[in-house]
Design a protein around this ligand. Structure first.
Ligand code: AMP
Length: 466
């Protein structure tokens, strides 16, 4: 077994790691730390939840520590490491990690991001910091106001580069890169490596080593997935039912819009379930307060949009609920990665109505898992919509041939998926539940009349009674 000491880390860092309670390095840490210590550029294929922050923070602290300066003079504390993250929450967490791991090292750290007053950040920067964590827009504001000087940055980290791309930050990132004239080492982390990410990597990495670890939670195989087909107008009641019947103490619920998040949190509270919403319309202070209340257990349900939830580090989160399925399958992966972390098991539950059938099929194709459908008695889908939700992606492709039986007299609303699309593979290295076509589904309560009707229609593609 590799230990943190085997990786060549300084005793001061080993001490901090031990204080965090980490006993052994995660795969990304075991691979990346020696490389970063040796000064190599790196492309890391790893997402939040894999321990990637420590994988770069620990060796960066070690590389900067020998030249740490205890002088009070700001001029003695130029920015030497810059970490760019796409969201404020992630920036905050990364900076917190640097503080935790760098507890016994005399280096200064700060974080700057938008949505907060700029003046206190200016003051922090004026005092001098060696390690700066920032979101791109606010960092450029500081550059324009000349409150930060990036000409002595030696190590540059681009965290969650794919998300940067999604959020349109790449031009800002390139502008910032242009200012780093003293850059010696570059690290890029991304969940995926599209051509655009590779182009970006080419622009600022020298002969990088590619380090890839299994996608989120793959190593632990700890996330299970479940779909509850449900009529759209019954979703809220079903959610309340699930929270109560499963005795969920802490659940992160995703909606697709800010308005939807607010509305749902309000309605949950009215139903006696204590909930808070977190999304981009809230001020930073409000978001942090909601997150704190959720982490401390004061609120049991946090309703979030994708952007707001990105990078949130909530340990031991047992449930994630997709109140609405996301538009992109990647977001589904990010969402479900909020659970099953740090050795705990987790369940990602999706409430799926007829309109979301196509999205569900796309998600299953991407994660290569056939997610189990379970109709909750009294909360079933509309009978008319059920076949679509219950259908397997590969069955759907044959719709043209054998579905008229189900849609007689009606034109299908969407064209069938193209036949060339690959069918989901039965084995999956990423998610926990490989689809076993022949496997008997576990027992579930006796379905009510409407569910039985649906089950009959579908030929047993739902959980059977005990
Ligand atoms: P990250 O992927 O950096 O966001 O880390 C995800 C979570 O794993 C954080 O809560 C870390 O505190 C935790 N973590 C990081 N490294 C380790 C480790 N070696 N052992 C146990 N937990 C860790």
């Amino acid at each position: 077994m590799t230990t943190f000491a085997d990786l060549g880390l300084h005793p001061d860092l080993l001490k901090a790691v031990a204080e965090q309670g980490y006993t052994e390095p995660t795969p990304i840490q075991a691979q990346a730390i020696p490389l970063v210590l040796a000064g190599r550029d790196l492309m890391g294929g790893a997402q939040t939840g894999t321990g990637k922050t420590a994988a770069f923070a620990l060796p960066i602290l070690q590389r900067l520590a020998p030249h740490a300066n205890t002088s009070m003079s700001p001029a003695r504390h130029p920015v030497r490491a810059l970490i760019l993250t796409p969201t404020r929450e992630l920036a905050l967490q990364v900076e917190e990690s640097f503080r935790d791991y760098g507890k016994h090292v005399p280096l200064r750290t700060t974080v700057v991001f938008g949505g907060m007053p700029i003046e206190p950040q200016m003051q922090q920067l004026r005092n001098g910091v060696e390690i700066l964590v920032a979101t791109p827009g606010r960092l450029l504001d500081h550059v324009h106001q000349r409150t930060v000087n990036l000409s002595q940055v030696e190590i540059f980290v681009l965290d969650e580069a794919d998300r940067m791309l999604d959020m349109g930050f790449i031009p800002d990132v390139r502008r910032i890169l242009g200012l780093l004239t003293a850059r010696k080492q570059g690290l890029l982390f991304s969940a995926t490596f599209s051509d655009e990410i590779k182009k970006l990597a080419d622009a600022f990495l020298k002969n990088p080593v590619l380090v890839e670890v299994a996608r989120r939670n793959a190593a632990a195989e700890l996330v299970s997935h479940l779909v509850h087909p449900v009529a759209r107008e019954r979703k809220r009641d079903l959610l309340v039912h699930l929270i109560k019947s499963r005795e969920m103490k802490q659940v992160l619920v995703f909606t697709s819009t800010r308005l939807g998040a607010n509305r749902l949190a309000y309605q949950l509270n009215r139903s006696g379930v204590h909930a808070a919403a977190i999304h981009g319309d809230k001020t930073q202070a409000e978001r942090l307060q909601a997150l704190d209340e959720f982490k401390s257990g004061k609120v049991g349900v946090l309703v979030a949009t994708d952007v707001a939830a990105r990078g949130l580090d909530i340990e031991q989160l047992p449930y994630v609920v997709n109140f609405e399925l996301p538009n992109s399958p990647e977001d589904y992966v990010h969402r479900s990665g909020r659970t099953g972390r740090a050795g705990a098991t987790g369940l990602a539950i999706s409430l799926v109505c007829g309109e979301e059938t196509e999205r569900l099929a796309d998600i299953e194709r991407m994660i290569k898992v056939k997610i189990e459908r379970e109709i909750v008695p009294n909360f079933g889908p509309n009978v008319r919509e059920a076949p679509g939700i219950m259908a397997r992606p590969d069955r759907e492709r044959r719709r043209g041939a054998d579905e008229p039986r189900l849609t007689r007299g009606r034109r299908p609303e969407r064209p069938a998926a193209p036949a060339a699309r690959p069918a989901p593979k039965p084995t999956d290295p990423i998610f926990s539940k490989p689809y076993e076509p022949g496997a008997a589904p576990p027992a579930a309560p006796q379905p009510q009349k409407r569910e039985r009707q649906v089950a009959a229609l579908l030929g047993g593609f739902i959980r059977k009674p005990g």
